[in-house]
Design a protein around this ligand. Structure first.
Ligand code: M6R
Length: 368
């Protein structure tokens, strides 16, 4: 059932081109420049009346929410707040009828997310669940649900659930943008054309595995890792760090590049590998992230740069480069996450860890 792979996680990483194709299937109306969700039940009037989006999630799903904020704000021009569900439900949150509250959850059963979601519903918000599991509690509790269609995810470390959430959020952002009139037909067509290329791009980026394995071998005994990214790459840095922590048990932190000078730079010495996610894009503040690479190098840190395939600048500065196909700023998180999943996987595997069942963790966290 592992299809020739040693672990489910490895199989699920390699399933991503297929999983994303399934997320997209039947939903892209290219000639109309629109998105079709068969469960959709929001009227034009409702969508136009939304004043705010609140995203509730935990762990990896929270990271996809942070990336989703960039997508929804940029395409639908709606302010988005991304909340840790476990924090939201224990304060006195501001929820209004004009708010769209989105829960993101692979399992659809995470107790904190479900609790926060029910609270938002009780306070009168319109609720939308983005889940992978059909018939799960969140899909039943919501006014509207959209499935990610990743297929069953067995590995505790989430991989294909994350990238399919990103793609679902992108589709949703296009849909909201069209309905709110912030995105033209042509604009939507451009986004959909790019989305249609993602399964092939993921196939291509998976070819970086031998290079990632070399990096994993060199740093498998490191004690700490830092992951840096800006803009839409910030949640990718957070996700890379979480993945490594979960299955390799190496301490790792994800940071927004601009924050490095406000603290974490003190950690850098010659033992510290720093993964810098630096695709060439203005939203990612490429020049600034190059500055981060220089700062790390000046302190003896080891830089592993995830860069576009045609990049010649970061190339000369980093100790190791992992090349990925160039993607638009909103899609780059999907592509750039893949090498980080592979890095965590190979480091954990080389350390002899139980990759699919990491210590102290459960696939679905149903305790509060
Ligand atoms: O099922 P959910 O998406 O609600 O789960 C949320 C988190 O528990 C989950 O993403 C967790 O962080 C994963 N183990 C990450 O790999």
């Amino acid at each position: 059932e592992k299809g020739g792979y040693k672990h489910f996680m490895h199989k699920e990483i390699h399933e991503q081109p297929r999983a994303i194709a399934d997320t997209l299937r039947g939903r892209m109306l290219l000639s109309e420049g629109d998105v079709h969700f068969d469960t959709w039940n929001l009227s034009l009037e409702q969508v136009k009346s939304f004043t705010k989006v609140t995203i509730l999630a935990c762990g990896t799903s929270w990271h996809s929410g942070v990336a989703g904020k960039h997508m929804i704000e940029s395409l639908a021009r709606l302010p988005v707040e991304v909340e840790l569900a476990s924090e939201f439900r224990y304060r006195d949150p501001i929820v209004e009828k004009s708010h769209l509250v989105i829960a993101i959850s692979q399992s659809g059963e995470t107790a904190d997310t479900l609790g926060a979601f029910k609270e938002a519903k009780r306070l009168g918000a319109h609720t939308l669940a983005i889940c992978n599991v059909i018939g799960s509690a969140m899909t039943r509790e919501s006014d509207l649900h959209i499935l990610t269609n990743a297929g069953p995810e067995i590995g505790v470390a989430s991989t294909k659930a994350f990238t399919t959430q990103l793609v679902t959020l992108y589709l949703l952002a296009v849909k909201l943008g069209r309905m709110r009139g912030t995105l033209s037909v042509e604009g939507a067509q451009e986004h959909l054309t790019q989305l249609a290329q993602v399964p092939k791009m993921i196939e291509d980026v998976l070819k970086c595995e031998p290079q990632v394995k070399r990096v994993a071998r060199e740093f498998m005994n490191a004690q700490d890792f830092l992951f840096l990214g800006r803009g839409p790459m910030h949640p990718v840095a957070l996700e890379g760090a979480l993945k490594l922590k979960e299955i390799s048990y190496i301490h790792a932190e994800g940071y927004a590049g601009g924050e490095m000078k406000h603290g974490p730079i003190a950690l850098i010495d010659e033992k510290m590998p720093v993964v810098v996610i630096a695709p060439k894009h203005p939203h990612v503040a490429y020049e600034k992230i190059i500055g981060n690479i220089e700062e790390v190098r000046a302190r003896g840190g080891k830089v592993i740069a995830v860069i576009d395939e045609d990049d010649t600048q970061a190339d000369t500065l980093a100790d190791h480069v992992i090349r990925i196909p160039a993607a638009s700023a909103l899609l780059a998180p999907v592509v750039a996450t893949i090498p980080l999943q592979l890095l965590a996987y190979h480091v954990a595997e080389m350390r002899g860890n139980d990759v699919d069942q990491p210590r102290n963790l459960a696939k679905s966290v149903t305790v509060e």
